[in-house]
Write a new protein. Structure first.
Length: 255
């Protein structure tokens, strides 16, 4: 709060204000990074400019409640000796929620393309995304021939259903979960042509949950097969998490 107040009092607004752009030195000093994102206004910022920049900073952390954000706002106001109206405080919280939604939208677009986190690959009838930290020759083979791994004799059924089939598979001595969304027939494909696949929804929602700090098995890859004259088939792959379902747990407790 002190450093942001110094920025604002000097007429400066960091346009990419997040935790990674502040460096804590061993001597206790805090350094501002990514200077090309700093915009100079020539004089102290207006109340609106200050609140928008502070809201942008607090929006980087999703587990901050409204009361915590207001507490940090009060700390900032005590440093700057500023006063706000009730309407300004309400607008401040609305700005935080708006920036959070913008961050989510930007992030989910990012994980659907080649970026620092994701490897994108597209071949004639195959489209795949893979977390970069897991991408290797074994995973590349899985992305090219998913059904080969799915039908491997060492794979184990976790769920057998009409709409999807879930198995645990071994890739490079690591156990993964592979969920295949089964084709539903030509009529269904024609009706839903151009719509997002169920595997892609799983990929996006897994990233959304983790982005929000909610535990879910780590997503590893997405595979979509779209033959020109055939039925679409898609796969979602995540890390295997040992344990049991909450249903099984509570059934055992009540037995």
């Amino acid at each position: 709060m002190v450093l942001l107040a110094q920025h604002h009092n000097a007429g400066l607004s960091h346009q990419d204000v997040h935790y990674a752009n502040f460096y804590l030195a061993d001597n206790g000093s805090v350094y501002t990074l990514d200077g090309e994102e700093v915009k100079a206004y020539g004089s102290g910022l207006t109340i609106t400019q200050r609140l928008n920049n502070l809201a942008l900073f607090l929006a980087q952390t999703f587990d901050l409640s409204q009361s915590v954000c207001y507490s940090l706002l009060d700390e900032y106001l005590s440093i700057t000796s500023l006063e706000l109206s009730k309407q300004d405080r309400e607008s401040f919280w609305k700005s935080i929620k708006r920036y959070r939604q913008q961050r989510i939208k930007h992030y989910l677009k990012k994980v659907l393309r080649d970026c620092t986190e994701v490897v994108y690959s597209k071949k004639k009838y195959n489209y795949s995304l893979c977390r970069r930290e897991y991408y290797n020759s074994a995973i590349e083979q899985l992305l090219d021939q998913p059904e080969q791994f799915f039908q491997d004799k060492n794979s184990l059924f976790l769920k057998q259903g009409n709409t999807c089939t879930v198995k645990s598979v071994w890739v490079n001595n690591e156990r993964l979960v592979m969920k295949r969304y089964n084709p539903k027939g030509t009529a269904y494909e024609l009706m839903h042509k151009g719509q997002m696949s169920r595997a892609r929804k799983s990929w996006l929602n897994a990233h959304l949950l983790r982005f929000m700090g909610i535990l879910t098995p780590e997503p590893i890859a997405l595979i979509e097969q779209q033959p020109a004259l055939g039925q679409r088939c898609s796969y979602f792959i995540c890390k295997f998490q040992s344990g049991q379902s909450s249903w099984d747990y509570f059934c055992q407790q009540s037995a």
